[in-house]
Design a protein around this ligand. Structure first.
Ligand code: CAA
Length: 383
């Protein structure tokens, strides 16, 4: 694996880092406290081109390679994990289905407003009674002339309160299990489509999450992504792309917490010396740094695999799942140690590690739990 970043990747790192430090970090605690989405920063990220990072240039995106993409998510998440996940979901789950499976007409219509950030995209697969077992969703789409009539509910949909474009999955043929699912593009404001309850979450509080309700919602056949029955494949393929982004988000959270703990360990004195002089703290810092490095390598490796897959058509499910599994477990472990190093101060909101600790947990859950990642990895290595 060649880890020497090229000029473009270095440039994206610098842009994302400067933006994250100057604009994202200063408001992260306040937005978390107020449960408020980072709308002003989404606009600024759009101006920088970040909302179109993974969208091809022919549809007005940046068409960046996936290493550049993970670098941007990592840097933004280091400052604010909520802003990081909105960026990741928009560029992966929300856009991937269109880029990889959309018709030319769908791409021309939907990708430019996503690339410019005028519209925010998201993804509706999970339902109140169906999370991990994605093939068992209950939302139905019934063909009626040149429209599908969609009925059902979705739950835990990231960015939904301010999103404009929703990639939705519904059953079109209940007799075919996962082969009976289809994917649809649903626009905000479509009659019969409304938002459900907004969730009051432990972490990533600035990334608004709510349910979706479909009551005889009519969507034109022209908005079906892929063929009828291809929905499960589109969902899984989008999740491969998405998991690379969540791995990067987790690396960013872990790095933020580690850097805060390192600085604190040098400043804080106890028993007459900086606590960084104690071997107990040094071993924690050494393990944190090592695990982050390993998570970072797996994440970059999954990004390279994702780009190779664009040429070969091969799946990179294993690489994406390994990166997401290891990076999310690293984020939870590292943020817990960061709180521990801060002692009592780590438990109060004036110190960012309190937020990192709460934000890290979701990376082990969304876009497939750690248990699901292990299933995906095992399925791939036992094939
Ligand atoms: N790409 C393409 N096709 C794929 C694929 C992939 N990555 N993964 C599976 N498939 C295909 C298989 O080849 C198989 O094809 P056939 O039709 O030829 O049989 C088919 O899909 C079924 O595959 P499996 O037998 O592996 O499927 P399964 O039912 O056993 O389930 C699973 C697999 C891994 C458990 C899957 O259901 C899964 O990933 N569940 C987790 C769901 C999830 O991650 N939800 C997150 C919601 S989104 C979210 O969290 C977003 C957010 O807000 C941030």
């Amino acid at each position: 694996m060649d880890l020497q970043l090229n000029e473009e990747q270095e440039m994206i790192r610098k842009m994302a880092r400067d933006f994250a430090q100057n604009e994202v970090a200063p408001v992260a605690a306040e937005l978390d406290e107020k449960d408020e989405p980072p709308l002003a920063n989404l606009k600024k990220m759009a101006e920088l081109g970040f909302m179109g990072l993974a969208i091809p240039e022919e549809y007005e995106g940046i068409g960046a390679d996936s290493v550049s993409y993970v670098i941007a998510i990592e840097e933004i998440s280091k400052a604010c994990a909520s802003t990081g996940v909105i960026l990741a979901v928009h560029n992966s789950l929300g856009s991937h289905g269109l880029v990889a499976f959309g018709t030319e007409e769908q791409k021309q219509k939907f990708l430019p407003p996503l690339a410019s950030g005028e519209w925010i995209a998201t993804f509706g697969l999970t339902e109140p009674e169906t999370g991990s077992d994605a093939a068992s969703i209950k939302t139905k789409a019934v063909l009626d002339g040149d429209e599908y009539v969609i009925n059902g509910t979705k739950q835990f949909i990231t960015s939904a309160p301010f999103a404009h474009l929703f990639i939705i999955f519904a059953v079109t043929d209940p007799s075919k299990k996962h082969r009976g699912l289809s994917a649809f593009v649903v626009e905000k404001g479509t009659s019969g489509f409304s938002l459900g309850r907004e969730e009051n979450k432990m972490g990533i509080r600035a990334a608004s999450t709510c349910g979706l309700v479909f009551e005889d919602c009519r969507v034109p056949v022209a908005n079906r992504l892929g063929e009828e029955g291809e929905g499960f494949k589109i969902a899984m393929s989008s999740l491969d792309a998405g998991r690379v982004g969540i791995a990067a988000q987790a690396v960013g959270i872990a790095q933020g917490a580690y850097e805060a703990a390192l600085a604190y360990a040098k400043e804080r004195h106890s028993f007459g010396q900086p606590i960084a002089e104690f071997q107990g703290i040094q071993w924690m810092l050494a393990d944190m740094a090592t695990r982050i490095e390993a998570a970072c390598l797996l994440t970059y490796q999954s990004a390279l695999a994702k780009d190779r897959a664009k040429k070969t058509g091969e799946r990179y499910s294993k690489e994406a799942a390994m990166a997401k599994l290891f990076a999310s477990e690293t984020a939870v472990w590292v943020t817990q140690k960061a709180v521990q190093i801060h002692g009592g101060y780590g438990y109060i909101k004036e110190y960012a590690v309190e937020r990192y600790y709460r934000d890290a947990k979701i990376t082990e859950i969304y876009e497939g739990t750690s248990e699901i990642q292990r299933i995906v990895i095992a399925n791939q290595i036992l094939r």
